[in-house]
Design a protein around this ligand. Structure first.
Ligand code: C2E
Ligand code: MG
Ligand code: MG
Length: 398
């Protein structure tokens, strides 16, 4: 809604929880408390504007909707009014009950637009409010302040709330697009959660299998659409070490390829150097089976895992992906440049292609070209974009 001054209205969702509900229930019993809550609800309605709504959402919990606010901080005023309205004791079943409340506040659109997200953010703020003297708190939308749980992540995966970004990978010689890396994105409670954080959560809690299944299938779905326009494109999916150890991993991958009608050569699996080192002979066996189906294998973050080139030789990998830390230092540190040059030379000796990730400027691109690097990826050439945009704009028609 926009008013005559052009200012846009905001709305607020408040979650109010009866403080020390368990103690009150033990003292007065649920039947009495239930009637007290009815009285509290009526008192809260009375303290607010006619357009505001107060709902009971559970034992000792209320959700309050304040639409059409001129500013988000007006919700604090409402919270103070609510608390004041509940300062009196309420009578029920002949008992007098004094029950305080704790209020968490989330503002739309600042803290989310989806009612469910707003309610959850208000709940989070309510937890914070319990620590505050004035018993109310606004939601703070910083990723660090968010307590992420595995349940949130599983839910996001199941409900399709994750997004897939594709970052283009270019052939350095022709300058043509060769493929893309799939990168998961999670927008939660109005905040973009860094992939490193939710991937780690998934790895620790066991939902990494579900995340990988999602990445693989979502990537291949877009790959199938993109390949209608450019059949030569390949799509790289990141695979965590734990997933590589799953006994049916190869079958899972082959199943997904056949569902989406994508050939093995259209898929690349990125496995980090350090994860391959955990169990080299098992890794080699799994990767060999994948290679039999034409699937490309890239060793991701190469240079960070202290593996020897002798060991590399035993792995059936097709690509070496040099870690961003080397690439970003390349054009200002001659020693790093020398290391990169020798990584490229050895990879070529082992018949691997080399991808440089994190190319951020023209000078680095030029150095890599001169060093005969094969493929490049980075902000200088292209940012990760929503997968549908990649298919529409970057997968050039043949
Ligand atoms: P990664 O596989 O090494 O991915 C490359 C990271 O570098 C991405 O970070 C990408 O956005 C970033 N990047 C690309 N070009 C540039 C550049 O020019 N400059 C800088 N500074 N960064 C650049 P992102 O998207 O934050 O992902 C971080 C990590 O999270 C990935 O590292 C990967 O290990 C993991 N990850 C992301 N999506 C998935 C997924 O679907 N499954 C699994 N298992 N892991 C994933
Ligand atoms: Mg990667
Ligand atoms: Mg990497």
């Amino acid at each position: 809604m926009v008013d005559a001054r052009g200012a846009e209205d905001v709305a607020a969702v408040l979650v109010a929880r009866v403080s020390r509900y368990g103690e009150l229930a033990a003292t007065f019993g649920y039947a009495t408390l239930d009637r007290v809550e009815d009285a509290m609800q009526a008192a809260m309605r009375h303290a607010l504007r006619p357009i505001d709504a107060v709902h009971r959402i559970g034992e000792g919990a209320f959700a309050i909707l304040l639409p059409g606010l001129k500013a988000g901080n007006l919700a604090a005023l409402a919270a103070v009014r609510l608390a004041a309205a509940l300062e009196q004791p309420f009578e029920a079943n002949g008992r007098r009950v004094l029950a305080g409340i704790t209020i968490g506040i989330a503002i739309a659109p600042e803290h989310g637009t989806d009612p469910d997200v707003l309610c959850r953010n208000a709940e989070r703020a309510c937890v914070e409010a319990a620590r505050q003297v004035d018993r109310f708190a606004f939601y703070t939308p910083t990723a660090d302040a968010l307590t992420l749980s595995d349940a949130d992540l599983r839910m996001a995966i199941a409900l399709g709330h994750l997004d897939l970004a594709l970052q283009p990978i270019y052939a350095i010689d022709s300058g043509r697009i060769a493929g893309a890396e799939a990168l998961a994105r999670w927008q939660y409670g109005g905040v973009a959660i860094p992939p490193s954080r939710f991937v780690q959560l998934a790895e620790q809690s066991g939902s990494i299998g579900a995340l990988t299944h999602w990445s693989l299938n979502t990537t291949l779905r877009h790959a199938a659409a993109a390949q209608l326009r450019n059949p030569a494109l390949f799509f790289a999916v990141n695979i965590s070490p734990h997933v590589l150890r799953q006994p049916d991993f190869v079958e899972q991958v082959l199943g997904a390829l056949s569902i989406w009608g994508v050939a093995g050569a259209g898929l690349e699996l990125e496995v980090t150097e350090s994860s391959l080192m955990e169990d080299p002979s098992h890794s080699a066996r799994v990767l060999s089976r994948l290679r039999e189906h034409g699937i490309r294998i890239a060793i991701d973050d190469f240079g960070t895992g202290y593996s020897s080139f002798a060991y590399l030789r035993q792995l059936p990998a097709t690509e070496l992906k040099i870690d961003i830390s080397f690439i970003s230092a390349l054009s200002r540190d001659e020693r790093v440049a020398k290391v990169v040059r020798s990584m490229i030379a050895v990879a070529h000796q082992l018949d691997m292609l080399v991808i440089a990730e994190g190319v951020e400027d023209a000078a680095t691109l030029e150095r890599l070209r001169e060093m005969r690097c094969d493929l490049v990826q980075g902000h200088h050439m292209g940012m990760p974009v929503p997968a549908a945009d990649f298919v529409a704009d970057l997968a050039a028609p043949v």
